[in-house]
Design a protein around this ligand. Structure first.
Ligand code: NDP
Length: 473
């Protein structure tokens, strides 16, 4: 249902990469579906842009996702841009005052350190009642800074008006996970340690750095992917049955999982890190990560990280859950893979073993596959793996479109609550410390390979090209 309430979306950092590549196309994808939605877009940045140039930016983004001309014209007609140093209190106050009387949503598409400072200034200036704030990842740089930022934000507006963005939560398949688990009777009974032996949650990319050293070299795979997105996916995968799709219900259940999540054997040195060396992705030659423009090799930034965690509760204790993400891998695997335990008894007379049943959930493009052991073709006493696959339709809008839709409506279903943001840092803190102290060796893998040998069991779906996928989230 299209919301009819007019909203002003103030984008701070409107001249940056996120705005251009993800935010405006996301908004376009939303307006393509909900053509009547009333949104006034106001951009602010220190970049020298005119209203006209900003309007052209909006138009380009909308055209790129196929928004009809009438809707595009309507949004571009009212879009405005204000050049401002957002750390200048007078300029910031002027900007807020000029936003009009509609409900205000402020999206911080700024470097995180600047966003913290702008929030401090906003506290002095004050915000119109009901203003909602959209904060990007990374949210803080560790547990203490996340906690401090939470306190600061909650002095500015109530928690109900704070939207910590994790765009993975806007990916249809993550919400599909809830339907998959709770809208049928098949999976519920086996969703526990009694039936599931181990789990892998992976975001292996077949893209390299792609010119993003400025951000990535200061972050690395653990902070960029595991600390945020993959722990969010884990929380939804492992949570207890949900009673309703109310934001508070989902946030409570996710927090419960994250509070129970610990490093496997409490050992941070089981985590792994590596960095790619020269190789090939398809036909493209890829230089060594350390030779990519803008990379400082002394930082020892990992381009592939893996850690095993355990959710210590009645449902999951004893099940290793591997979180893994990396760049420049030969095969993209953006998947959740649950490996089932072998059957209690295989009738004698069959040839071979009844092992290797797995449930594979492709995050994008969305699909669910069961690889089951069944009678082989030819000799029915022989056993083999068969794949049953259901493809899931793509969402109507991009992940950012979905996130923006909820934010513009004031619905926190896809937002990360304050406690979850802190818990995610808490979980990875010992691993970050172990990396920092060089207690975990920095390994290498050629671009285009499946990563260093020995990180995953040989039967891992993530090593098998038959199960790879390639679309970006
Ligand atoms: P960029 O550096 O590309 O954009 C930030 C923009 O803010 C720049 O135009 C910058 O101007 C401007 N800016 C910085 N300081 C000020 C200031 N004091 N006053 C006015 N404008 C200012 O960053 P991104 O767009 O890549 O990232 C923004 C946020 O989104 C970050 O938190 C990032 O982690 C997050 N994010 C980004 C993703 C991406 O793909 N880009 C993906 C997911 C999250 P200038 O260039 O002059 O410094």
């Amino acid at each position: 249902m299209t919301s009819t309430k007019p909203v002003t979306l103030l984008v701070l950092g409107a001249g940056g990469d996120l705005t251009k590549r993800l935010l405006l196309p996301g908004l376009g994808s939303l307006l393509k579906v909900e053509t009547g939605r009333q949104v006034t877009v106001v951009g602010a940045d220190r970049a020298e842009l005119t209203d006209k140039a900003f309007g052209a930016l909006v138009r380009g983004a909308f055209e790129g996702v196929g928004v009809n001309k009438r809707t595009t014209d309507r949004i571009v007609r009212t879009a405005r841009y204000q050049q401002a140093d957002l750390l200048d209190p007078a300029a910031l106050a002027d900007l807020i005052a000029g936003c009009g009387d509609d409900e205000l949503v402020i999206y911080f598409a700024l470097p995180p350190s600047i966003a913290v400072k702008v929030c401090a200034e906003l506290q002095k200036i004050g915000l119109p009642k009901g203003t909602r704030l959209g904060l990007e990842k990374p949210f803080g740089t560790d547990e203490a800074s996340a906690r401090a930022f939470n306190k600061q934000l909650q002095r500015l507006v109530p928690e109900e008006q704070i939207f910590r963005v994790d765009h993975f939560l806007g990916v249809a398949t993550v919400l599909n996970l809830i339907g998959l688990r709770f809208a049928n009777r098949i999976l519920q009974p086996i969703w526990n340690a009694e039936h599931i032996e181990r789990v892998e949650i992976a975001y292996d990319e077949d893209l390299a750095l792609e010119g993003r050293a400025g951000y990535y070299d200061g972050a690395g795979a653990l902070r960029d992917m595991l600390q945020s997105h993959l722990l969010q996916v884990l929380a939804i995968f492992a949570m207890e049955p949900i009673a309703s799709l109310e934001p508070q219900e989902l946030a409570d259940l996710k927090a419960q999982v994250l509070r129970a999540t610990h490093l496997w054997e409490d050992d941070p040195t089981q985590a792994k890190r590596a960095r790619y060396t020269a190789g090939k992705l398809g036909r493209r030659k890829i230089p060594s990560y350390v030779d990519e423009q803008g990379v400082d090799p002394k930082r020892k930034t990992e381009t592939l990280a893996q850690m095993t965690v355990e959710v210590r509760n009645n449902r999951w204790t004893g099940v290793p859950i591997v979180l893994r993400s990396g760049k420049a891998l030969g095969q993209a695997h953006k998947q959740i893979v649950a490996y089932l335990r072998p059957v209690a008894h295989l009738p004698s007379g069959f040839i071979g073993e009844a092992t290797g049943d797995v449930l594979i959930i492709d995050v994008k493009p969305g699909a669910v596959s069961f690889r089951l052991t069944m009678n082989a073709e030819g000799d029915p006493l022989d056993l083999e793996h068969k794949l049953l696959t259901a493809e899931l339709a793509d969402g109507q809008m991009t992940a950012y479109g979905e996130v923006l839709r909820h934010m513009l409506d004031g619905n926190q279903l896809l937002s990360v609550r304050a406690d979850a943001a802190e818990l995610c840092w808490h979980i990875v803190a010992p691993v970050l410390a172990a990396f920092e102290a060089n207690k975990v060796p920095l390994e290498e893998y050629p671009a285009g390979s499946t990563g260093p040998d020995g990180w995953l069991p040989k039967d891992s779906v993530l090593l098998d090209s038959a199960y790879g996928n390639s679309a970006a989230v």
